[in-house]
Design a protein around this ligand. Sequence first.
Ligand code: KG4
Ligand code: ZN
Length: 334
Amino acid sequence: MLTLGIETSCDDTGVAILRGEREVLCEYLSSQIKDHSRFGGVIPEFAARKHLENLLPLVDAVLNECHISGQELDLIAVTRGPGLMGSLIVGVMTARALSQSWGVPIVGVNHLEGHLFAPLVDAEDIEPPFLSLIVSGGHTEIIRADAFGRYELLGQTRDDAAGEAYDKVARILGLKYPGGPEIDRLAKTGNPQAFDFPVPLRNTDKVEFSFSGLKTALIWQVRKFEASGGDIPVNDLCASFQRAVVDALLAKMKLAVKMTGIRRVTASGGVSANSALREALRRSEGFRVWLPSLGRCTDNAVMIAMAGANSWLRGNRRSEEVLPDPSLHEFTQQ
Ligand code: KG4
Ligand code: ZN
């Protein structure tokens, strides 16, 4: 089975061809980071226009590289939400047009289920049940996967997503967008104990997160330095902020393991590229962790093709039209 995956939920245009459920034949990813970084964040209309320019040439490129025609595909898997409306429309409408003209069936994929598949691309030995920490610019949540297609949301953030907090803190510190990789880099030479930032909701008995108070605590520190005219210790602030974020994520993952008895853990989403988080998860006792390769933490089309192919093979062949849904969230009933 050959699946064409299409991902356009935010600012990355991704296209990939998958054979069977795991074999990646070819993939292309066009990042718009440079286009958006001068604005300090993603500009939705601009992102949609860029997807429109990039998507069809990338589809042509993967087909050419695999020496196959569109008609030879067995399935098109496209992200239908959650994400930016304009970006999703470009992906979904392009996929529908290609599906019509090639006579190939189409399946809509929940972007979050896509992230859940990312660690599985390179790992043969992970099967449900497992717990998945999805931690990105838009989401921070822990999902229990009892089977592919059978998921339960154990808990999520009450306010900012972890990646969003990284991006906001980076902006306060005058660092470039996206903030996560910059803070990760600077934190390596900072002191994680320099500032006693709170680890939000760490000791509650619920799987829940909150990052906006942490961001405010950091703003107050920066203001104090500004008021006193002193140099801002950016690296120490980055390291202390990161220590608090990683502590919160790890504490709740341990709680989820304790609550469920499931000791297989995955992480995915942009923040799962964070070096401190990866190390903390790998070192932690009480569970085994599977992480995506660095390139597959952030948005990509391979994870969408995998989730789509898996869902199709499970018999999920809904005949209704695939429509973009920017606020699609629950993916318990796939
Ligand atoms: O999964 P993703 O590409 O897009 C969403 O679905 O949101 O995640 C992007 C987010 C951004 O907030 C970015 O700052 C963060 O992931 N990120 C990181 C790192 N690399 C990317 N955060 C912390 N450390 C990193 N190394
Ligand atoms: Zn994502």
